[in-house]
Design a protein around this ligand. Structure first.
Ligand code: NDP
Length: 332
């Protein structure tokens, strides 16, 4: 039995509390592989779980952390051996299975991706669920035939985790990126990641009674939903596609059939959680090779477990830009 530190969320009628406690491997669920977590990250979903909000974690107390990267300690499958570097994101990690905010996790082998050659554990967690989701959006746009000569691609929630990686990846691949953001003071940050234009998200938030608008965007990656997504669909060019992954503004959006039947546009759903591990691994490998980003260090803030609580509050106050990397003191 090994002891380790974990971020611990308790929920009661008085509210939610956070502390760092000692746990042991006996507290972890059965699983194929025990992993010594070197890094995790903070995603919007981790903030929901850490605040006890509905839709992510059903039962408390709980250790969140939907992302983890580290080294295999014990394995009861021939697929992984002690010392292997691995990445786990999605499935039930950090939802109802103790997550990456603990120094150790135990998970089924089917949730694990070997760390791709050409990527460090640290890089994998700067990317994390948010970055993989951005890459899944890009991958689906490519499957629809998107190419730089089509015209500008709009990214909403651009300073967020998904948004930042989406901006950087599209720009690296030669697309003209229009970054929609609520943070006027982050225009230089977004241009540094490669955005060609930065627009105020208010300009995409206005209610517009017309079923379609002028054609402004060849394609889009939307992380926010709501009226902003409605307006992105209205502004897509003929044959354009928007990949939809988030609901920060609202899970609802309105549309008529007209953009679909008159402009041949497409909406593409993106899920990083239950996507089969083979698909996740394929996209991880792309992020370590052809899609490798040189700007990861520009978008990251590194914190320890004891700083998590404050960073979680900042997410809901709209104060986070880019990715938040959680670095563990690695168990010896
Ligand atoms: P972040 O909190 O990092 O970023 C969200 C961004 O959205 C903010 O930085 C802000 O960007 C913008 N924003 C915040 N509040 C509002 C608002 N009220 N209206 C409009 N825009 C707003 O979140 P992530 O990037 O990690 O995640 C984004 C979304 O994607 C979340 O809904 C998350 O649950 C979802 N997601 C889905 C996945 C999937 O598998 N489908 C996987 C990962 C994430 P700015 O100020 O620049 O506008």
């Amino acid at each position: 039995m090994t002891s380790f530190s974990a971020f611990w969320v308790e929920k009661s009628e008085d509210g939610v509390t956070h502390q760092i406690i000692e746990r042991t491997t006996d507290d972890l669920p059965d699983g194929d592989v025990l992993i010594n977590v070197h890094y995790s990250s903070l995603n919007y979903k981790d903030a929901l779980s850490s605040k006890g909000l509905p839709g992510v974690t059903k039962s408390y107390p709980h250790t969140p952390g939907i992302d983890a990267a580290g080294q295999v300690v014990e394995s009861n499958t021939s697929l992984f051996e002690p010392g292997d570097n691995v990445v786990v994101i999605g499935f039930d990690l950090g939802m109802n299975t103790p997550g990456g905010y603990g120094q150790l996790i135990r998970v089924p082998a089917s949730w694990i991706t070997p760390l791709p050659a050409g990527m460090t554990l640290r890089e994998s967690m700067i990317i994390g669920t948010a970055g993989l989701t951005a890459a899944l959006c890009y991958d689906k746009l490519l499957k629809m035939g998107a190419k730089p000569s089509d015209g500008p691609v709009v990214v909403t929630g651009a300073t967020g985790g998904v948004g930042s990686v989406a901006v950087a990846l599209l720009a690296k691949e030669g697309f003209d990126v229009v970054a929609s953001s609520g943070k006027a003071d982050k225009a230089d940050y977004l241009k540094g990641l490669g955005a060609k234009d930065v627009i105020d998200r208010e300009s995409l938030s206005e209610q517009n009674p017309r079923p379609m608008d002028a054609m402004k965007y060849a394609h889009g990656i939307d992380t926010v939903g709501g009226e902003i997504l409605t307006n992105v669909i209205k502004g897509l060019s003929y044959g354009g596609s928007v990949a939809i992954c988030g609901l920060v503004a609202s899970p609802a959006f309105t549309t008529t059939v007209l953009p679909f039947i008159l402009r041949n546009v497409n909406i593409l759903g993106i899920d990083s959680v239950s996507l089969p591990i083979e698909e996740k691994t394929r996209v991880w490998n792309m992020l370590a090779a052809d899609w490798k980003l040189s700007s990861l260090d520009e978008m990251v803030v590194e914190i320890g477990l004891n700083q998590l609580s404050g960073e979680i509050d900042k997410i809901f106050a709209g104060g986070v830009a880019g990715r938040t990397l959680v670095k563990h003191e690695v168990l010896g």
